[in-house]
Design a protein around this ligand. Sequence first.
Ligand SMILES: *Cc1c(COP(=O)(O)O)cnc(C)c1O
Length: 390
Amino acid sequence: MSEPNLHPETLAIRAGRETSEFNEHSQALFLSSSFTYDNAADAAAMFLGEKEGYTYSRFSNPTVTAFQQRLAALEGGERAIATASGMAAIQGVMLTFLKAGDHIVSSQSLFGSTINLFSGLLTRFGVEVSFVSATDPEAWRAAIRPNTRLLFLETPSNPLTEISDIAALADLAHAHDALLVVDNCFCSPALQQPLRLGADLVVHSATKSLDGHGRVHGGAVVGNDALIEQIYLHVRTAGPTLSPFNAWVLLSGLETLFIRMERQCASALALAQWLETQPGVKRVFYPGLASHPQHALAMRQQSAGGTVVSFELEGGRDAAWRIYDACQVLSRTANLGDVKTTITHPASTTHARVTPEARAKAGIGEGLLRISVGLEHIDDLKQDLLRGLC
Ligand SMILES: *Cc1c(COP(=O)(O)O)cnc(C)c1O
């Protein structure tokens, strides 16, 4: 369904639908690894791609198609390809568009596994990676080489919520015939649509706010038909396909995306403002705060500050672990984007495998805590943090 006149809140509920002969009202779960053909000519046409239809769920599946269509509608993209996880989506983009001898420029402020994928797998396969500051357009420009194929960033970044200028970096990429790839995990399409700002591809960890309930892993890439077709051909061959069950769970997650994000962002802003007034808190990182260095840019690109608030404690690791260990409501877990508020100590968990030098370069100190704000009452969250804040 492509209905340009419908609002995003409506598309999150109504876009993308694959019905069976029964005309079921809710999206059906098609648990079938393969599909049958009416006759030999039909089978041949389908395998050659001359006839549309389902053959094998590693290639495509009706429930997965419904999720892809809905997410593409929300991001304002022509098409999406779903993957087994966010990392599978990022890996799929890299293996589709890069070869030995190519170069990419990447933000240095990234999800830990993404840093490891770039400095490990990509480097091992002969792709050079330059890591630059997310917020310094000059550093991006200076890092471009004749063999630069792709620019990659997350905005807001994990965990420091640094903001990159999507439109400016899209212009830079296109001036050098490179692709701009944006990880839109922290905002989701409810707050930010990078394709509309000039990005070529959006990647998602659907595991986070698209599901919103911490139930399943999933990922996706969204973009124009030509680019997604190339990634699709890679994914259907290499195999990191999204399971139909997970797509079915994610479709119900999308239905409440807007209302969840609206409330979670409001609570995150209130919590960030409150944390700024607490003794022992050195600095609060939240794009919705006027004190955030890229507040103006964030408010141009995003409709709200997001659900993730990070803060640095004067007392270093001891102070951070005291708060972390004292929590009785907040969940001690690395996940984010959940309706349950979660707390993370990045230096010892999500970014523990990143080298200390890379961690220092990315500004992730021992006193840093990251909170992904959920749907509990804000006063209960403050009360819980006060247990260890002293
Ligand atoms: C979680 C996350 C990923 C990886 O997603 P998985 O679904 O865990 O593979 C990528 N980018 C960001 C920003 C994330 O938070």
